[in-house]
Design a protein around this ligand. Structure first.
Ligand code: HEC
Length: 116
């Protein structure tokens, strides 16, 4: 059993580290960027968030999603999906969630993220 302490988890709550899918989906749907999300997108984002706070937190606390750029995530996720023994669909769901948080967390989306 490996214990991994990731410094930037700090004392933030899970919802601050990994905003709930409904918050992200609601924010994207109402933002000026007018992202169109179909039901399949919503379900995939929600599934990805579920995996993120459960399976992805099996070895370490969930990392703050916005602590890494999408470029960094595209390096991290394939490695961590392997750690989690994720299927391609599960990997894609986590990426969809992480990407949605980044679109939602973009200041241009016109609303406030949990970390300010
Ligand atoms: C089997 C244990 C394990 C699982 C499951 C796991 N991780 Fe990790 N994770 C690690 C270890 C060990 C490190 C630190 C060393 C490294 O980078 O390999 C780490 C580091 C990280 C980092 C820091 C950045 C980096 O490149 O090291 C992030 C972000 C991360 N994990 C996200 C995730 C996500 C998202 C998932 C789910 C897809 C996940 N982890 C699942 C063990 C795990």
């Amino acid at each position: 059993m490996r214990t991994v302490l990731l410094a930037n988890a700090g004392c933030m709550t899970t919802d601050e580290l990994a905003p709930p899918a409904e918050v992200v989906i609601g924010g994207l749907s109402s933002s000026s960027s007018a992202t169109v999300l179909c039901d399949e997108d919503r379900a995939e984002i929600a599934h990805g968030r579920f995996l993120y706070i459960t399976e992805c937190a099996a070895c370490h606390a969930p990392e703050r999603v916005l602590a890494h750029t999408m470029n960094a995530w595209d390096d991290i996720l394939p490695r961590m999906a392997k750690e989690s023994k994720f299927s391609d669909a599960e990997t894609a769901a986590v990426r969809a969630y992480v990407a949605a948080v980044h679109r939602w967390g973009d200041p241009r989306a016109g609303h406030t993220t949990p970390d300010g």
